[in-house]
Design a protein around this ligand. Structure first.
Ligand SMILES: *[C@@H]1O[C@H](CO)[C@@H](O)[C@H](O)[C@H]1NC(C)=O
Ligand SMILES: *[C@@H]1O[C@H](CO)[C@@H](O)[C@H](O)[C@H]1NC(C)=O
Length: 533
């Protein structure tokens, strides 16, 4: 009887606690989805009905999903058709290399953003998402604002998830302090220690970027969303203001500390997990049996190293041949001619299982945030080859922390590559630094994934988190920056100084007049005195 009671109680709790969670990713690469899937799995295991709607089908080779995966494959076809060949190396060459590629990529994406959004909203694979009302929606914070259409339709609490740190406009949305004196903008690739000129540029970008984002992203998407919902008065910036909290894909142990509001929760590295045994027999042997250190080389889930210009590929092939190490390379297409037997290539690789392998001593990476987090988590020093977006900033940060060395693919030489890789593998300094960071990253009160689960359920329990909102979120800029207060203080000081000045002037005047009178009197007296003598 008692047992039955307990069972019933547990069952009731499970029913009460089971909620519908919808994760919407209208745009973004597979790696953006990879940030969300561990949370989706975990919430699914805890009895919630989780649906993930994105452009990409499930995680690679996973059969045991604890959530429903909706892949908008038609929208994905549209994205690929509209954007055309997405070759970051070509774009870098056209843009003149370096950091300039970011604005080129941004322009390309921004131009087509409304088309992407329209295709996503219309995709037949998402039909069930439009009829089953969720209790909570999770949405990536940037370029994915299209998903606010679902938030508006269902009028349910929603959480923003940032895929790369906290952006200025998301900070503003919650009134989170973001001082440009020491918090560099993601697209400027400055470190946290900036020169006067850098701080000036950083401050201007900090002030201007929220307006640019509103004009170039929100306003453009608004038309599409209005049309889809059949209501011309829907305002995305209004919908967005109701955000319950933000899960940020960063962690202070991987960078620098900064102030965060209670509704800004750092969950960086929540997708990191211990390595699993390798399934691929040949790969497993290649790693297990290696008597020399192994270097792992991958440019991430969306950049294909196959697209590298021939000269760069040739340099890599020759440099790898000279190294006394083994190399595992995520390389699509045919095996390159001249590639030596110490190099194993695969179209796709289980990155965390490789990074966690005891023989892997260096990671040659494009510096994507997830790769960087995984490398620190598994304690592997890096050679960063940043290509676009926040990769430059990520790599610079890793270099500053002594976890990595940086290379520019277009300008590196064979000797330089050999020397940098040898240095990273042989110099214990990098390994020590990365192991220290790894320990700091692991030393947390709660795990990032537990925090993400807790705060998602928190918003579910309280049907939002309005009580966490800071007054700063709704303050006009002049009040937030205390400009009005400074004006009052400045005016008061001026008034006091002027009053003092006039009083002093008056006193001086009276004193002078008195002195003149006295002086002339004394002079007359003296003269009289002299005369009488
Ligand atoms: C994953 O799937 C691909 C394609 O189906 C296959 O070639 C590959 O061997 C699989 N990898 C693993 C680790 O199962
Ligand atoms: C259109 O949107 C506005 C603003 O959200 C709302 O007040 C109004 O009721 C909506 N109209 C219809 C017909 O749904």
């Amino acid at each position: 009887m008692k047992l039955l009671g307990v069972t019933l109680l547990v069952a009731t709790c499970a029913v009460v606690e089971s909620s519908r969670v919808l994760m919407v990713l209208p745009l973004g690469s597979r790696s953006h989805k990879n940030i969300m899937t561990p949370l989706a799995s975990e919430l699914g295991k805890r009895g919630h009905q989780v649906t993930v709607a994105s452009l990409h089908e499930g995680p690679v080779n996973s059969t045991s999903l604890s959530y429903t995966d909706l892949a908008a494959t038609q929208a994905w076809d549209t994205v690929r058709k509209v954007t055309g060949d997405y070759n970051v190396f070509k774009m870098r060459a056209q843009a003149g290399g370096g950091d300039k590629v970011n604005s080129a990529v941004m322009r390309k994406v921004l131009k087509h953003l409304p088309e992407y959004c329209d295709a996503f909203l219309r995709d037949p694979a998402l039909q069930s998402a439009w009829v089953n009302k969720p209790d909570l929606i999770l949405l990536p914070a940037f370029m994915n604002e299209c998903g606010l259409a679902l938030v508006y339709k269902f009028k349910v609490p929603f959480i923003y998830v940032t895929t790369s740190g906290l952006t200025p406009w998301t900070a503003d949305l919650l009134g989170n302090p973001e001082n440009p004196a020491y918090i560099p903008n993601q697209y400027l690739s400055y470190g946290s220690h900036m020169t006067l000129w850098q701080r000036t540029v950083n401050t201007l970008v900090r002030i201007v970027s929220p307006y640019l984002r509103e004009r170039l992203v929100l306003n453009k998407l608004e038309g599409v969303v209005q049309q889809w919902l059949g209501n011309k008065s829907v305002s995305l910036s209004q919908v967005e203001k109701d955000v319950s909290l933000v899960l940020v894909n960063s962690h202070h142990s991987l960078g620098v500390g900064r102030p965060l509001m209670p509704n800004v929760v750092e969950v960086g590295a929540m997708h990191c997990r211990p390595a699993k045994p390798l399934q691929d027999k040949q790969l497993k042997n290649f790693l297990d049996k290696s008597t020399t250190p192994v270097i792992y080389f991958s440019l991430g889930s969306s950049i294909r190293s196959e697209q590298m210009p021939e000269e760069i590929k040739a340099i890599l092939v020759r440099a790898f041949a000279r190294l006394p190490y083994r190399v595992v390379w995520k390389l699509e297409g045919k095996r390159l001619p001249g590639l030596t037997s110490n190099v194993l290539t695969r179209e796709w690789l289980p990155q965390q299982d490789i990074l966690g392998h005891k023989n892997v001593k260096a990671f040659m990476t494009h510096g994507g945030l997830l790769s960087l987090q995984e490398s620190v988590y598994h304690g592997v020093p890096m050679v960063g080859m940043p290509l676009m977006s926040d990769q430059h900033l990520n790599v610079r940060q890793a270099v500053t922390l002594g976890l990595a060395l940086e290379l520019t693919p277009e300008t590196m030489t064979e000797d330089q590559l050999v020397q940098v890789l040898t240095d990273i593998v042989e110099n214990p300094k990098y390994r020590d630094n990365v192991e220290e960071r790894s320990m700091i990253l692991a030393d947390q009160e709660t795990s990032p994934l537990d925090r993400a689960v807790y705060w998602s359920e928190y918003v579910l329990r309280h049907k939002g988190a309005k009580h966490l909102r800071s007054e700063a979120a709704s303050m006009p800029m002049h009040q937030y920056l205390l400009l009005d207060v400074m004006a009052v203080i400045t005016l008061s000081i001026v008034a006091i100084l002027m009053t003092v000045y006039f009083i002093m002037k008056k006193i001086t005047h009276i004193a002078m007049a008195y002195f003149k009178r006295t002086a002339s009197h004394m002079l007359a007296m003296t003269l009289m005195h002299e005369k009488s003598n």
